[in-house]
Design a protein around this ligand. Structure first.
Ligand SMILES: Cc1cc2nc3c(=O)[nH]c(=O)nc-3n(C[C@H](O)[C@H](O)[C@H](O)COP(=O)(O)O)c2cc1C
Length: 186
């Protein structure tokens, strides 16, 4: 069976430091190829703890955080699905508005605009983020565009800012939603 390719985009939110162990390695074991792109801030965080090189080693692909030069080829293969895990409130707002001012946003904004490949987003947010006046319209806009949101009290009840240090992301639900977005055998 052909390996499905996941374009994994990580923003600078809690839990990103565990992305290799909790998401990348299990999904590689499940038969996926993973091409990782980081927001610029997530790249500085993961560089600082030595995770960028480890992710490149386990995925066998360069970890992207900057755009290619005009005329350069993308170092990543075409993907069957994008997953933005974790997504910050900032990155969710930019995706909803089509703001593409870094490589991670550029790739996912295009997928949302084309309505393919599928896009899965887990907003790793707190109650203050959701209290922003435009938050609900961002969520509605992404949902209306067919984005698979991992969102709501059943998967991520909102905590107060700094009220849940070290809180685990809902990794099993995240893995299931990605698997469901791209049926095996595609
Ligand atoms: C230690 C720390 C933890 C953070 N955790 C979150 C978080 O869980 N969710 C969130 O939306 N923003 C969080 N932020 C704020 C984002 O990192 C910040 O808004 C950043 O500009 C997001 O950039 P990005 O969306 O390009 O990754 C955190 C910041 C710090 C310093």
């Amino acid at each position: 069976m052909t390996r499905r390719v996941l374009g994994l985009v990580c923003a600078a939110a809690g839990g990103v430091e565990e992305i290799r162990e909790r998401l990348i390695e299990p999904m590689i074991s499940d038969g996926w190829t993973i091409a990782v792109t980081l927001t610029p801030t997530a790249a500085t965080w993961l560089e600082a703890i030595g995770e960028v090189d480890k992710i490149a080693a386990v995925t066998g692909l360069p970890v992207r955080s900057t755009p290619r030069l005009p005329g350069e080829r993308s170092p990543h293969p075409e993907v069957d699905c994008y997953a933005v895990i974790p997504a910050t409130a900032n990155t969710v707002a930019k995706l909803a508005l089509g703001l593409a001012d870094n490589q991670a946003l550029t790739a996912v904004c295009e997928a949302i605009g084309r309505r393919q490949p599928p896009v899965v987003v887990f907003p790793r947010i707190n109650a203050a983020h959701a209290g922003q006046p435009n938050w609900h319209s961002h969520i509605q806009a992404l949902s209306a565009a067919g984005v698979h949101l991992i969102y709501g009290d059943d998967v991520w009840p909102l905590h107060t800012p700094r009220g849940a240090p070290g809180r685990q992301l809902p990794w099993p639900a995240i893995r299931t939603r990605i698997q469901d977005a791209v049926p095996a055998g595609m």
